[in-house]
Design a protein around this ligand. Structure first.
Ligand SMILES: [Zn+2]
Length: 135
């Protein structure tokens, strides 16, 4: 069983982690210019507004790039596939691809993925699966 260190919430990203516990992928949205951004930041880089809102992502997108993590942060951690997802809403998120064997001899770029939520010992993380694959 994979365990993770619980996230440390701060003012700007608490909504993201609270959303994950409710199985929602929430993305920060500027309340002035509607620009989406992830990870959350205190101020919009486009217009400078601190009017921060959220929007719920449908959780689908494509893999832009990926790696097999071979330097796990914990000595007993299993290798995993770390992916950069281009969400259909237009912003990007780094996450893990689950239910796929972590090998280098495959092509994952441009594959469609869908978010899922996995409880790792009390910490719920948004993760991704290849689209159309049921667990
Ligand atoms: Zn803005």
């Amino acid at each position: 069983m994979t365990t993770v260190r619980p996230p440390i919430f701060d003012f700007d990203d608490a909504f993201f982690w609270e959303g994950a516990t409710e199985q929602k992928l929430l993305i920060q949205r500027c309340g002035e210019c509607d620009t989406l951004r992830h990870p959350p930041t205190p101020m919009c880089a486009i217009c400078g507004s601190t009017n921060n809102q959220t929007t719920q992502s449908a959780g689908s997108g494509i893999i832009l790039t990926w790696i097999v993590s071979q330097h796990p942060t914990e000595p007993d951690a299993e290798p995993r596939i770390v992916i950069l997802v281009q969400l259909d809403e237009g912003t990007r998120i780094v996450s893990n691809l689950i239910d796929v064997e972590p090998t280098h001899d495959q092509v994952l770029n441009d594959k469609r993925v869908e978010v899922c939520f996995v409880d790792y010992g009390g910490t719920v993380l948004p993760q991704f699966r290849l689209a159309g694959v049921q667990s």
